[in-house]
Design a protein around this ligand. Structure first.
Ligand code: RIB
Length: 335
């Protein structure tokens, strides 16, 4: 673990100078401040709890660390965080990790160095240790959208298992049995929970699921590739359940390139809707998540916690329901 002395040595200054830069106290020349900050960044130094407690005042800044800023779901989430935080007098720093644990770790270290007052985290992996690291620094954190192994942390997410079950049951009730699931990454809780919902619905209907689900990533490219693989099966599946909106869009492009008509030849349902202000003709049958409400609740919880209004070990797990919206892509009853 890098210490304040390591930073002082690297910068060629006394430890007290490093402490003054961290806590923004005393006079420090711009040149010295830059040298110290460069040493902190190079060594990945995070002020320890004592240094934090010496900090003169709050920064009135919180951070949202999310996994894919290009996904409309997370864009709406960011809007909810920013609206709620600014109403409470906080600024927001946004970080995009591209589902990468390395990027997540880098951003968490940077945010702790910047001494943000609290962090909202969409974890890149369920096994992420970022929550443990943040809590060790006694910085409030709330997990959003996904679960992590550490259960001593607030979590605000949606009912992925129940939403997946509803979508697949809709297809089964329409007569489909060879329903493929195009999923995200294996070590993300939303993948696992949506797969559980898929399997529960298939099992209830006596449909065979084992060779019909594919792991990939929550991206359009993955949806395109997985759809092509799935449609190569014989007999060809008659329906696709996409684990999120970007996978669904990629799958629809692949089906179009294969000359397959939706829903006449293949029905498609998806988790997550697309922003209705961007879609001219709503087409996709979806289980839509209340992304704005989820992020609003998480931000309110984080601010209550950093204002000392929530007991440290009083952790909440809030699971919001999803809404099923049936549209053209799921088709009519199949013979
Ligand atoms: O499209 C975003 C949704 O899919 C989120 O729930 C995210 O976790 C991914 O599963």
């Amino acid at each position: 673990m890098t210490t304040i002395h390591d930073v002082a040595k690297r910068a060629g200054v006394a430890p007290i100078t490093v402490s003054r830069v961290i806590n923004n106290t005393g006079y420090i020349s711009p040149e010295t401040r830059q040298i110290v900050n460069e040493a902190i960044a190079e060594l990945g130094y995070v002020p320890n709890v004592l240094a934090r407690s010496l900090r003169s005042k709050r920064t009135n800044t919180i951070a949202l660390v999310l996994t894919d800023i290009t996904n409309p779901f997370f864009t709406i989430m960011a809007r909810g965080v920013e609206d709620t935080a600014s109403d409470a007098g906080f600024n927001v720093i946004f970080c995009n990790t591209d589902e990468s644990e390395d990027k997540e770790k880098k951003y968490i270290q940077l945010l702790l160095q910047k001494q943000v007052d609290g962090i909202l985290l969409v974890p890149a992996k369920s096994t992420s240790k970022s929550v443990d690291y943040i809590l060790e620094q006694e910085t409030p954190v709330v997990v959003l959208d996904r679960r992590v192994s550490n259960n001593l942390v607030d979590v605000v997410r949606c009912d992925s298992e129940g939403g997946a079950y509803q979508l697949v049951k809709l297809l089964l009730d329409l007569g489909h049995r060879r329903i493929v699931m195009l999923n995200g990454s294996v070590d993300v809780s939303t993948s696992e929970d949506r797969l559980s919902g898929y399997k529960r619905a298939m099992q209830e209907a006596g449909a065979q699921a084992e060779e019909l689900f594919y792991y990939g990533t929550f991206t359009q490219a993955s949806g395109y590739e997985l759809a092509r693989q799935a449609m190569a099966q014989t007999p060809r599946p008659t329906a696709i359940f996409a684990a999120n909106n970007l996978i669904a869009i990629g799958a629809l492009w692949a089906l179009q390139d294969m000359g397959l008509k939706v829903p006449e030849e293949i029905a498609v349902v998806s988790f997550d809707d697309l922003p209705q202000n961007l879609v001219a003709y709503p087409f996709l049958t979806v289980a839509t998540q209340p992304a704005y409400e989820m992020s609003k609740k998480a931000t309110e919880l984080l601010i209550a916690r950093l204002n000392g209004k929530v007991a440290e070990n009083d952790c909440q797990s809030i699971i919001l329901p999803v809404e099923l919206i049936t549209r053209t892509s799921s088709g009519k009853t199949v013979s």
